[in-house]
Design a protein around this ligand. Structure first.
Ligand SMILES: [Zn+2]
Ligand SMILES: [Zn+2]
Length: 280
């Protein structure tokens, strides 16, 4: 597994706010990515509630912005929804769940030594510089965020890819916990079990039809003994990953404010600098 060793960024990157691209696996139509999911199970903590605020203005002056819900107890949108009671009311802004798992971004990339553009090919897309002699960029631990549908499809892949149970393979977590598998194994029989989603690479192919984005996961390597536990202490905190707004800020967005103005106001009031390009 030398490929995975020595490739993690150093930990001081955690002291600054991460850019959107450094934090999240980019699922762009026409730009397949290869990842290794390093979380074997999607649990309650792997969910973020979001609101789409149609009135909010983006940097480009368009309307409509998705923001994480700061929590049902403090969120002004959730409070108003409760007051309205009627999901069909035009002012009702529903909350929808988004799911995530930590994953290594294994898409081979090279950063142009002249202009610093990150490329997936051997020619810089910006200045045609020949990148063939440059080393690949480091593998980075990121967050793979997606819809319930995307994670259900990943689940389907997971149930399809099976191998003979091996007690030493970390990815076979579910089988390690399954008493029936353990019994079969102890009695000396070979038992087929799911390898587990951390046991192989996945290629994620994003397509767009009309306004709907579809992400299709495809297994992209043979199962191996990769140990996801090595990455547990590098998980990115939710609070660092998503730009969390206060209830006052959310209220202003609902009233048609622009995110960039809100963040400028926040910065000038002495809070630490924030990345306004948070993909919101
Ligand atoms: Zn809310
Ligand atoms: Zn370049």
């Amino acid at each position: 597994m030398s490929f995975f060793e020595s490739q993690q960024g150093d930990s001081n990157t955690k002291t600054r706010r991460r850019s959107w691209r450094d934090t999240f696996i980019q699922l762009t139509p026409g730009d397949p990515v290869t990842v290794r999911i390093v979380e074997p199970e999607i649990v309650a903590e792997n969910k973020v509630w979001k609101h789409f605020i149609p009135q909010a203005r983006t940097k480009a002056g368009r309307r409509g912005l998705t923001v994480p819900c700061p929590g049902i107890e403090v969120c002004p949108i959730c409070a108003r929804n409760k007051e309205l009671g009627d999901r069909e009311h035009p002012d009702y802004i529903k909350a929808f769940p988004s799911f995530f798992a930590h994953a290594l971004d294994l898409t081979p990339r090279k950063t142009c030594d002249l202009c610093k553009t990150v490329n997936t090919g051997n020619t810089c897309t910006y200045d045609d510089n020949d990148l063939s002699k440059l080393p690949l960029d480091e593998t980075v631990l990121k967050i793979l965020e997606g819809s319930k549908t995307m994670f259900e499809q990943i689940d389907t892949v997971e149930s399809t890819i099976q191998a003979v149970y091996d007690p030493n393979r970390p990815s076979m977590l579910a089988a390690h916990k399954d008493p029936r598998v353990q019994e079969e194994h102890k009695s000396g029989r070979e038992v087929m079990v799911p390898v587990g989603i951390t046991g192989y690479n996945l290629q994620l192919v994003t397509t767009r039809n009309d306004d709907r984005r579809t992400v299709t996961p495809v297994p992209a390597s043979a199962p191996d003994d990769f140990d996801y536990r090595e990455y547990e202490n590098q998980y990115i905190s939710k609070w660092d990953a998503w730009l969390l707004l206060t209830s006052d800020e959310i209220l202003e967005l609902v009233q048609g404010a622009s995110l960039v103005e809100l963040l400028k106001a926040r910065n000038s009031s002495g809070n630490s600098s924030l990345d306004t390009d948070a993909g919101l």
